[in-house]
Design a protein around this ligand. Structure first.
Ligand code: FEO
Length: 184
């Protein structure tokens, strides 16, 4: 009797996503080290926390594959890319990685739709929502740096930005939560 509730194509897609989340975790860890070396302890802390979130995402995919009677597999992950050139480059890259991950999430949603695998479709909706949050978080990083002066930011404004990111919450609110009284 086949007790695996995932098609082999879907199982492979979910394993690939496990690896992608692990890779994202390593990328943010590596960017965190870079920021730490540059003296931006708060930004490094923010990136380390984000790295942990990505690791949690990997675990969610692993758990889902196993709970559906599938076989999860831990694969090799590529080395992180080269260090960013500067803070603008770092934050732009964080945003690009998130958009790239959203594309991968959408591909799995498309496959679940194609296969009428509604359990996976339902599971994936959490990630669709999570990506809205993560892209927003990355956009906020870019905005905060622009306000601080971008590549021409003074040491003082970078010091404040670094402090702000150390204390920044990991979650952002979703557009569905906005009201007329509290539109932000
Ligand atoms: Fe796991 Fe940043 O998405």
């Amino acid at each position: 009797m086949n007790t695996n509730r995932l098609s082999s194509r879907m199982q492979e897609a979910l394993i690939k996503q496990m690896t992608k989340e692990a890779h994202a975790s390593q990328i943010f860890l590596s960017y965190g080290c870079w920021a730490d070396v540059k003296g931006y302890g708060g930004i490094a802390n923010f990136l380390y926390r984000h790295s942990q979130e990505e690791r949690n995402h990997m675990i969610k995919f692993m758990r889902y594959i196993l709970d559906r009677g599938g076989e999860a597999r831990v694969e090799a992950i590529p080395a992180p890319p080269e260090n960013p050139q500067n803070l603008t480059d770092a934050f732009n890259k964080v945003f690009e990685h998130e958009v790239d991950n959203t594309t991968a999430i959408y591909e799995i949603v498309n496959l679940s739709f194609e296969e009428k695998d509604w359990a996976t479709w339902n599971f994936m909706q959490w990630f669709v929502k999570e990506q809205i949050e993560e892209e927003k978080l990355a956009l906020e990083l870019i905005d905060k740096l622009k306000i601080a002066g971008g590549d021409r930011a003074t040491d003082e404004s970078l010091f404040s930005l670094d402090k702000a990111l150390e204390a920044a919450p990991d979650d952002v609110s979703l557009p569905q939560e906005a009201t007329a009284e509290n539109p932000s």
